[in-house]
Design a protein around this ligand. Structure first.
Ligand SMILES: [Zn+2]
Length: 148
């Protein structure tokens, strides 16, 4: 289990540790947020905050993959819906816990990292921000692949 009480710069450094599988750290944080199930709001908030920080590290696209981004965005949206439901019956005190968590979940939905698409030609290795650019590149540089 990883220590999720770390924030900001520390989280960023965590991704740089040699030999650590970056994707597995993100997956673990995702699981923590998912399993917190809003029953433990402190845990939900800490893991959501760490995930949000990790969405904003430089070159975030290197660490994230599309599948995980999609699952995280969906999870954040559904937790937001759940929180809205709880808000209606929450006491003032509970609302003070709910509002900051909701803000972080909203931030997760907004700060979606751009995942670079890699050229499928392994000897090439160029990366592109969107599918159209990659397609243009393939038809320009690897025309034989395009006409399969
Ligand atoms: Zn290429």
């Amino acid at each position: 289990m990883i220590n999720i009480s770390i924030y900001g710069k520390d989280v960023q450094n965590l991704l740089m540790i040699d030999g650590v599988n970056n994707a597995s750290i993100l997956e673990k944080l995702f699981d923590v947020l998912k399993d917190s199930n809003l029953e433990d709001m402190d845990l939900a908030r800490v893991s959501a905050k760490a995930l949000n920080n990790l969405q904003k590290v430089p070159d975030a696209g290197k660490y994230w993959n599309e599948g995980l981004i999609e699952r995280l965005t969906e999870l954040a949206k559904s937790l937001c819906d759940d929180l809205d439901g709880i808000m209606e019956v929450a006491t003032d005190e509970e609302q003070l816990e709910i509002i900051p968590l909701r803000d972080i979940l909203n931030a997760i939905c907004q700060d979606v990292p751009e995942v670079l698409r890699k050229c499928p030609i392994s000897s090439c290795g160029r990366k592109f921000k969107d599918a159209a650019d990659l397609e243009n590149h393939i038809s320009r540089r690897h025309p034989d692949v395009n006409n399969k």
